[in-house]
Design a protein around this ligand. Structure first.
Ligand SMILES: Cc1ncc(COP(=O)(O)O)c(C=O)c1O
Length: 408
């Protein structure tokens, strides 16, 4: 266990912080309705359907389909786009593995573009450089709640006839040019696992496209339109959210705006600390964007401190405030599932599918922006329960650790 950095100095914070979500009577009331109705499934229940309607209204989109996780949401988005095996989908490697699982399950090939290490989001120029005749879509992630540069990315996609999927698992209620993220591309995906709001696990897929609305419903329900006859039109999973989750989702949805506002308030306080500390810098937010701070990230210049980011974060933990670095042990293309192509038995699918047409070797891939990001970023959880005193403790701990380790 790490020890607070100055001998004989007590840690800045000794007590625990409050919960990640505001869960209470509202969720319990909704759940009681479901149990009393005796209809726990989406099929026959009312809560998931109501949750979808209210989610769509909050996002300002035409269609919303609830699913079992953020991973299921991205899989559904790819399933709706319906690539051919071997089609390529460009995405980021600074993300949860859930961003690429659905790409692989649909036998498409993830192609990783670099990021801008200051924003954590896809670098549009590198995305452009990675487009081939086989590219079908771009899946962008608004990292930590920080909106990516949507206008140039969508323009690039339109010029090449590509779909745009926004992975908004971390960025519910973040905004770009005054409109929530998720409604800018062709499809938006959300997660209700450990994110801004929770249904235990869960997710949502949204779109404004009328031509996607049927497939969006059916892909989450075994390819079964149910009406007029019960049949299975194509291969698809069962990703139906239960009405128990829908009930919690309805109550959480009413609270998520306040939760995000609180995190934005806390983040703004921390940003004042970071900007006043030599060697530390903010995660860059585009002027036309509004970050929703699933977590708060800042960067340390490794040449200005005597320790790397992971030790800086460990010292913050020893001071009693939660912090984590690196965000991922390495960019996700280095995970064995990708680097060693561990997918379907020993087949090496989808990369060995004869229609792929080129060798993809993630093991030899090097994306300097991603590596730089992981080397410098320190991540702190943001909770709606934070009080002024809590945020003050974060700030004091950051100043103390920075002063202790800064190269004079
Ligand atoms: C960017 C991103 N995409 C997808 C997912 C997958 O969501 P879930 O964990 O709900 O499956 C996550 C989860 O951390 C995520 O952060």
């Amino acid at each position: 266990m790490a020890i607070a950095i100055e001998r004989n100095s007590p840690p800045v914070r000794s007590g625990a912080f409050g919960p990640q979500w505001d869960l209470g009577d509202e969720e319990i009331e909704e759940l009681i309705d479901v149990i009393r109705a005796g209809k726990l499934s989406r099929l026959g229940g009312t809560k998931v359907i109501q949750f979808e309607k209210e989610f769509a209204a909050q996002q300002g989109v035409k269609y919303a389909q609830a699913v079992t996780s953020g991973t299921a949401a991205v899989h559904t988005a790819v399933g709706v786009i319906d690539p051919n095996p071997g089609d390529e989908i460009i995405t980021t490697s600074i993300t949860d593995f859930g961003t690429v699982i659905g790409i692989l399950y649909q036998n498409a090939i993830p192609v990783f573009a670099d990021i801008n290490p200051a924003t954590g989001n896809l670098d549009v120029n590198d995305v452009a450089a990675k487009i081939t005749p086989r590219t079908k879509a771009i899946v962008l992630v608004h990292l930590f709640g920080n909106p990516g540069d949507l206008t140039p990315l969508i323009e690039l996609a339109r010029a090449h006839n590509l779909f745009v999927v926004e992975d908004c698992a971390q960025s519910q209620l973040a905004e770009y040019k005054g409109r929530p993220v998720g409604s800018w591309g062709d499809i938006g995906c959300f997660s209700f696992g450990g994110k801004h709001m929770t249904t235990g696990d869960g997710g949502m897929v949204v779109t404004n496209r009328d031509d996607f609305s049927d497939r969006l419903k059916w892909f989450t329900d075994k390819g079964n339109p149910r009406q007029p006859v019960y049949e299975h039109n194509y291969l698809a999973p069962n990703y139906r959210m239960t009405d128990l989750q829908g009930a919690v989702g309805l109550a959480q949805l009413k609270k998520v705006g306040a939760a995000v506002a609180k995190k934005q308030w806390a983040a703004n306080q921390l940003s004042e600390v970071i900007t006043s500390e030599r060697g530390l810098s903010l995660q860059t937010v585009l002027p036309e964007a509004r970050h929703s701070y699933w977590v708060y990230a800042f960067h340390m210049d490794p040449t200005r401190f005597r320790v790397p980011a992971n030790q800086f974060a460990a010292a913050l933990q020893a001071e009693g405030v939660p912090a984590n670095a690196p965000y991922l042990v390495y960019p996700i293309y280095k995970y064995p599932a990708l680097a060693q192509k561990r997918t379907y038995g020993t087949s090496g699918f989808p990369w060995t599918y004869p229609g792929v047409g080129r060798d993809i070797d993630y093991g030899s891939l090097s994306l300097p922006g991603c590596e730089r990001f992981l080397e410098t970023a320190i991540v702190m959880p943001m909770n709606p329960s934070y009080s002024e005193r809590d945020v003050e403790h974060f700030g004091i701990a950051i100043r103390k650790v920075a002063a202790h380790y800064r190269v004079k």
